[in-house]
Design a protein around this ligand. Sequence first.
Ligand SMILES: [Cu+2]
Length: 268
Amino acid sequence: MFSLLLVLVVLTQQVASTQVEDFVECEPVDTACECDADATVCIFQLYIERVFTFTKYNYSVPYSHGQGESYHINNMGQFVPLRNTERCIEGTFTKQTGSGSSDNLYCNEENVCLPKSKLCSEPITVDGKTYKTVITVNKQLPGPTLIVHEGQVVAVDVHNNLSTEGISIHWHGQHQIKTNFMDGVGLVTQCPIQPGSSFRYIFKAGPSGTFWYHSEMQSQRGIGLFGAFIVKEKDPISYPVSFIDDPAHHTLTIMDWFREDPEQFAIV
Ligand SMILES: [Cu+2]
């Protein structure tokens, strides 16, 4: 009996040790978020919200619609405070790495350190002249580039912080073998993720290549709910020339952009 128990314990440990999870950090300042190549499971958090263009917001997690609005650029190019509530602090602050309480602090060159909730996001401008609400993924438009490796299990927690709209996210180009229900086609393969709720997409990454993720509901991908999705080859390919692999700066995404809200053109 004891030996059987021992075998079971050893087996359980082996199963546990073969699964390596990477909780990928994907902050508003990270335009590309890459999963560790050695991980077997890549876990991402995507926060979906509406924000107004030309407006700075306080960073806060989870981001809620309208909370933390701070400044707005008027048509004279000046920032004007929107409310009398506490405003966020402007400037370049970078995350303090290390252990203990400094984990959540961001510091500037003068060594002034603040929690993320006191900092300002950069205003989103899109075409540089249109004042409207857009949809952001982790405070970004387009959403962050997500990078995984072929064969890894991808788990993406999508948090719908919109006020009234359901969402679903399609992982374009991914074959979803045996996970058709994770294909993200709202009202076809799943119920839309309701406002205020979350849903975990979970599927195996494949094939390799540069793809994108986008909303499959309404016209949301035309106002920001999209981003690049890169699946790196399992075995790196050797090329005859060398090149710089910098997806945070070298990934180009293209969107449909309407100065009006695309919902106005929906056929009813
Ligand atoms: Cu698609």
